[in-house]
Design a binder for this molecule. Sequence first.
Ligand code: CA
Ligand code: CA
Ligand code: CA
Length: 477
Amino acid sequence: MRTSINSLEQSGSRRAFLKSALLFAGSVPLLAADGTLPGPAMVKSASAITLKHTQEIAFGPYGGAELFFADIDGDGQTEILAYQGPAVFGSKLYRSWPHVAAAFPKSTCLSAFKKDGRRLWTFGEPNPTDRPYITHAHESCVATGDVNGDGVVEIALADGDRILLLDGPTGKLRAEVKMPEDNFYIVQILGEATKNTEAALVVKNGEGGYGQWKYGEPLVGINAAMQIVWGPKAIPGAGHHISALDLDEDGQKEYFIGYCMVKRSGEWKCLVDAIDPARVDASREHVDYVDILRRPLPEKCLFGFAGSNKAYLVRNDGRTLFVKPGKHVQSAALGRFRTDSEYQLAVYNDDGPMALYDTKGNELWSVPTQERWPLGMPKVCAGRVFHRNRPVLRLPLEKDYILYTDGGWPWAMDGDGRIGVEFAPPENSRQQEMVIPAKARADDMGYGFATKIVDWGGGVLTAVIYDRRFLWVFPLA
Ligand SMILES: [Ca+2]
Ligand SMILES: [Ca+2]
Ligand SMILES: [Ca+2]
């Protein structure tokens, strides 16, 4: 239940207390010389590598609280979409909270950039730059794909009480659909031709539900003509993430929502044999993230679920390979982080520990994680919670590493649980002191960083690190 923003005041509270105690302890050194926070010691591998950035993009006032990467103009090159707006805080369940109201964004805005940093278009007005706004945008309020089968990519922007469909190449508004409530902020596009009774896109709530709806409910299906064709309906434990892929190998994509396959018709079934959908407690057992590893036959796809109170490794035929309870299972990454087994599942509990399991479910290790601020932590972050939605990713280098981003500057862990990769911090990654409301989480106000693995076109992967102001590209080869 990481992203349960209802629990944010508990989340990280012990760590926050520890940090603030240390930072205000008079003569106690505030930060170690290398910029790390005091805390459980992380061991650095003797063979740790340092990656250097080759490109910096300055977004000016058009930067995003969250960035999305897709080819929106059909030239085979990846563009950057920068989102500004409240995201899930836009629901009236949250926007009345004093610390949310105090820094609520003035506008919702989406800007597109070419990979060289040139701005293509902007939909809406960018927010003022003289003070930061609050958002919790790490969930996918932006999706891209060809909705209507005309060969041109559209962009769906989930804006709470409405879904906007923009033309990819120009950013012009094509259509708008009114939603039944104001909390629809997670959207996905199927990207295949559909009938008018079928969902060409789906959109859901990812936080507290209204009335009889539980946490993360409900979900609605919208056709290519931008009409609601089914729902609202509940998908048990659906949580914070939607994928679109061919799960049952019938040649057509479906939606992968929580533990469930949702057909474009709206029919759904649970894909995890260890879960009884009728008994899922949506607030405590929703999916924060599912990582997908494609395998040769007979295992085909493997799914690593971060399921709030448990991690699951599941085959695409539904057979659960193992289930591991955890204190707060927030993210999972499948990869070949070490060579003594074929692949492993890394499981991150909120604020640590990180644990690594082999395919049989044996725990290989469990180690604490650490915020690292090589250029120094802004003082305003002292005692603040950081809580990103997808804090661990597979970082593919000559072997796989576990890329970590949940407060501080990103780094990656090797298959032995040591610091294995560092990113040389650009001078502009130093974040400025700003005034932010009491109780606001630091990353909801723009502190800290995000990472993604991006193919800019041509199949070469890079790591990108970004905040609201800049993006830095770190080649992996
Ligand atoms: Ca493009
Ligand atoms: Ca289209
Ligand atoms: Ca299918």
